[in-house]
Design a protein around this ligand. Sequence first.
Ligand SMILES: [Zn+2]
Length: 51
Amino acid sequence: MHKYCLECDWHASTEDGCTPEEVSKRAIDHFVETGHAVDSIRLPPPEILVN
Ligand SMILES: [Zn+2]
C-alpha cells in the first residue's frame, strides 16, 4: 500500500516499514492536520496487464 498527497510531497508506504493500518492512519492524520487531499496509487486493472 502506498498513499501520497496530491498537494505536497507527503507520502506513506508499507515499503517504509509501516503496516497498512499505519499507512491509512498517517494519511488521515495528514489530511486532518493540513486539509490536503491524500490519494492511493492505483494499479492498472487486470485486463490491461493481460493485454
Ligand atoms: Zn500534503
